[in-house]
Design a binder for this molecule. Structure first.
Ligand SMILES: Cc1ncc(COP(=O)(O)O)c(C=O)c1O
Length: 416
């Protein structure tokens, strides 16, 4: 069962003040998840979750996470700037980019973010552009397939991210020779895993590598970053991941592999996005039209511009009809207004009877939701609203206007 974190009365009250569509975030849920993650890894003295800013790049959300002891992982100079302005200190910011522009490395160096290099070739590039810092992390890609038992989770060999084992060892050796003093190791091998086994299995691989690095290069890593990848089940039926079990699984491998090899000092970092935020976001949208052809289409006032995942990945997002949650079921498609036939939030879905004016909650939109938005068809990005712990709603980003959309254009005056 997926139950909205907001009641119909609360939404009715909000929509009087803020027009739909909007992304709504649940402060209480965000804080609870951050605390659960920190508790699950509290056995590791240096543990830190560096929230993946790309998932939900809103300063208010980042500030909540900062208050809960999290840092941030940034992919671009704009995310770095946002994080810096929010007040994250150097040690609370990591920079995991790829195909990076020189000025981005320079800015990461300027604010003291920990750089995680995607490519072996980046070592020379970074050195030439702004010199090597004292501390560096390298991103590993083992190639092949990443499997849990007989289940193939992903295909690292097809991934553009990270470096081979050979490059990794060559890289650490060179960095040590060049005077780098503190080292980290990072890998992201599978996305949205809904199994408690992903992190422990990945951790075991990285822990074994850490031991080899010590034996072969006499390098003791300071941190191992398990990155993102812990997923949420977007469907209503299946079990969600259990972060306590996951934390314990990582600990068992830590105790088995690292501690006996004199590497028990290593800090574990994570870079979760989806697990931290997805369930704590709803896209709230109103029904504008019903259309009957070969199917019944429910046209809503949001579209793929506000939530791209269904169009891009054919991803399932659960929908609740807040105005008629227990009505008789009918099979419909829920669609947006873009001139694209993949602009569908649900296909052939059985939902309680929907009429024009109903309010729908699209679930699990708190991560990789608003942030993947774009402006096709001149559609504008929505507002973002925080449901605060005291039950009141606060606007944390206003909706885009036509003037915002036109603001980068030269040669015409679009003022109405
Ligand atoms: C480098 C990096 N770290 C962390 C994340 C967060 O992943 P997730 O939201 O699946 O936890 C991503 C997602 O794209 C990523 O690219």
């Amino acid at each position: 069962m997926k139950i909205p974190f907001v009641t119909r009365e609360q939404v009715d009250f909000m929509t009087k003040q803020f027009p739909t569509p909007f992304h709504l975030y649940d402060e209480k849920g965000i804080r609870e998840t951050a605390r659960a993650v920190n508790a699950a890894f509290s056995w590791n003295e240096g543990f830190k979750e560096y929230f993946a800013v790309k998932a939900t790049p809103n300063p208010t959300i980042l500030k909540i996470l900062k208050e809960e002891g999290c840092g941030v992982d940034c992919a671009t100079d704009v995310e770095l700037l946002m994080s810096h302005k929010v007040g994250f200190s150097a040690s609370e910011i990591s920079f995991t980019s790829n195909d990076t522009r020189p000025e981005e490395f320079a800015y990461a160096r300027e604010i003291g973010a920990t750089i995680n290099l995607d490519a072996y070739e980046d070592i020379a590039f970074l050195e030439e552009t702004c010199g090597l810092p004292d501390k560096l992390s390298l991103r590993f890609n083992p190639g092949g397939v990443f499997a849990l038992g007989t289940d193939i989770m992903d295909h690292p060999e097809e991934s553009k991210f990270g470096m081979t084992k050979e490059q990794l060892f060559k890289g650490y050796r060179e960095l040590k020779q060049k005077g780098v003093q503190s080292f980290g190791l990072h890998a992201f091998l599978a996305s949205n895993t809904v199994t408690n086994a992903y992190y422990p299995t990945l951790a075991a691989q990285l822990f074994e590598l850490a031991v080899e690095l010590k034996e072969q290069l006499d390098i003791s890593l300071d941190f191992i970053n398990l990155s993102g990848g812990i997923g949420v089940d977007y469907t209503p039926d299946n079990q969600q991941n259990d972060i306590t079990v996951i934390g314990q699984g990582v600990r068992e491998n830590f105790d088995k592999i690292l501690v006996p090899n004199g590497l028990g000092h290593i800090s574990i970092y994570t870079e979760l996005g989806r697990y931290m935020l997805a369930p704590h976001g709803h896209l709230i949208t109103k029904v504008l039209h019903r259309k009957e052809t070969y199917r019944t289409y429910i046209g809503v006032d949001s579209c793929a511009v506000n939530l791209l995942r269904p169009a891009m990945y054919d991803a399932y997002h659960h929908i609740t009809n807040l105005s008629n949650p227990n009505g008789e079921l009918e099979t419909i498609d829920v669609v947006g207004s873009l001139c694209e036939n993949n602009d569908k939030f649900a296909k052939n879905r059985a939902l309680p009877k929907i009429k024009i004016g109903d309010i729908l909650v699209i679930h699990d939109t708190g991560a990789h939701g608003f942030s993947m938005g774009y402006n096709y068809n001149g559609r504008l990005r929505s507002a973002e609203i925080l449901l605060q712990e005291d039950g009141t709603a606060r606007l944390i980003r206003r909706a885009e206007t036509a003037q915002d959309y036109f603001s980068t254009l030269y040669g015409f005056d679009f003022d109405k």
